[in-house]
Design a protein around this ligand. Structure first.
Ligand code: S3P
Length: 445
């Protein structure tokens, strides 16, 4: 059987953080395999306002960042006043809202595109307002962030949002104040891993339920104490596991080609979908390699498989939040019921992803039950389109992951000998996270 070998540009979450952390420390940082997509380039451009000098060709993904350190940058710049357009990126906008809110003398307008302007920002501004931050308005972009020396930050994070967690950590670093956060629903931990990799003294312990039993809750207590010294390091960024998810699933759904993904991030809060696919009968091999920039990674080999449905547990949702749309496509080609609940957060992504999936699948004649926090459908390993719906229209809802999920559905049908000539609207949104998606898709003929 033919094997298609793929390697991916840097993980999006890691790339955003590498750009931000490099501008906060003092010295020369090296970045390798940065994701050169619209979202992450917007974050890097926003950080240039802190006076960093970039050496090398950003487009190649490998470059150096010469940074004066936060305190010096502020001395040299005086009042930091600019507009940061973060385009489509929830991560870029929310992390930077946190950072600038804790930077006295900053007055930064954070804005973005049509999709981002609809997304809730109160989750960042409310807890930070409690520490003395000033945002105007509080919930929807554009928002002006008036930097202040904040009070120590105390927060209970119960959304399961890594963006909220990271924004608060960045605000504490910018203001040089302590932080104590109860993370009740654990979320991706790249901020913690990468800051520890840069030598920051951030501690993370299991949260205990009560003095009485001492039982673990699955949550964490995160604490940091100033001074914060972010040491210059080399960030060698693993390939993007969320981008890889589309091709891992294509490897399982098509009956002709294996897919070998090289050097991809294998963080347990990010590769959970792989384990779910294995439970669904997916033939997947994982080969772990040595850590890079505080993160695990390695290779994944996915072979054609007969999948069966699964009822995904709500407790798994935060770790598969970005992969739920394409997992739904895997569910569509599985035997039996595929469902997930507890994913209300999915309605606040680049689009309302529950509604976008339900509407598009319904348009293709699939019967899907929609819940406020999930969906359920009966899969069919022989799922195909007919002459009456093979020329259907898929609406992107301004969302890259919706576009890519339906491209995978279409490619799986075609590779298995079926007909599909869908009009997938909004292909341009793919460039926000995965500029070479179509080059990779074209390898599957
Ligand atoms: C991200 C966190 C997730 C995820 C997003 C990237 C990050 O959002 O959906 O694509 O890099 O921190 P939430 O933490 O808000 O769920």
């Amino acid at each position: 059987m033919e094997t298609i070998t793929l390697e991916f540009k840097g993980d999006k979450s890691l790339s955003h953080r590498s750009a931000i952390f490099s501008a906060l420390g003092r010295g020369t940082f090296e970045i390798k395999n940065f994701l050169t997509a619209e979202d992450t380039i917007n974050t890097l451009n926003a950080m240039k306002n802190l006076g960093v000098r970039i050496e090398g060709d950003v487009k190649s993904g490998s470059f150096k960042v010469h940074s004066q350190g936060l305190a010096n940058a502020m001395k040299n710049i005086g009042q930091l006043k600019f507009t940061a357009d973060l385009g489509n990126s929830g991560t870029g906008s929310r992390l930077l809202m946190g950072l600038f809110s804790g930077l006295p003398d900053a007055e930064v307008i954070i804005t973005g595109d049509e999709s981002l302007k609809k997304r809730p920002m109160g989750r960042i501004s409310k807890p930070l307002t409690a520490a003395g931050a000033v945002f105007e308005p509080l919930d929807k972009l554009p928002i002006t962030v008036y930097g202040r020396k904040l009070l120590p930050i105390m927060h209970v994070e119960n959304l399961g949002s890594a963006q909220v967690k990271s924004a608060l950590i960045l605000a504490a670093i910018a203001s040089g104040v302590s932080l104590r956060m109860e993370e009740q629903i654990p979320s991706r931990d790249h901020t913690e891993n990468m800051l520890q990799f840069c030598g920051v003294n951030l501690t993370k312990e299991n949260l205990d339920v009560s003095e009485g039993t001492g039982d673990k809750t699955g949550g964490f207590l995160i604490e940091m104490e100033p001074p914060y010294d972010i040491k210059p390091v080399a960030f060698d960024i693993w390939g993007d596991i969320s981008s890889a998810s589309f091709f891992i699933i294509l490897g399982l759904l098509n009956q002709k080609k294996k897919v070998h993904i090289k050097n991809v991030l294998l963080n347990p809060y990010r590769d959970k979908f792989v384990h779910i696919l294995k439970k669904m009968g997916g033939q997947i091999e994982i080969i772990e390699k040595e850590e890079r920039c505080g993160e695990r990674g390695g290779d994944i080999i996915a072979s054609p498989s007969q999948l069966h449905g699964i009822e995904i547990s709500p407790s798994d949702v935060p770790a598969i939040i970005d992969e739920l749309p394409v997992l739904t496509i895997a569910g569509l080609f599985s035997k039996g019921k595929f469902s997930y609940r507890g994913a209300g957060e999915l309605r606040h992504k680049e689009s309302d992803r529950i509604s976008a999936m339900v509407k598009n699948l319904t348009g293709l004649g699939v019967s899907v039950e929609e819940f406020s926090d999930g969906l359920s459908l009966d899969g069919n390993p022989d799922f195909s389109l007919t002459s009456s719906n093979s020329e259907g229209i898929i609406q992107s809802h301004l969302d890259h992951r919706i576009v890519m999920s339906f491209e995978i559905l279409q490619k799986a049908i075609l590779l298995n000998g079926g007909i599909s000539n869908l009009t997938i609207d909004g292909k341009e949104w793919v460039a926000t996270s995965f500029p070479d998606f179509y080059d990779k898709l074209d390898l599957f003929e």
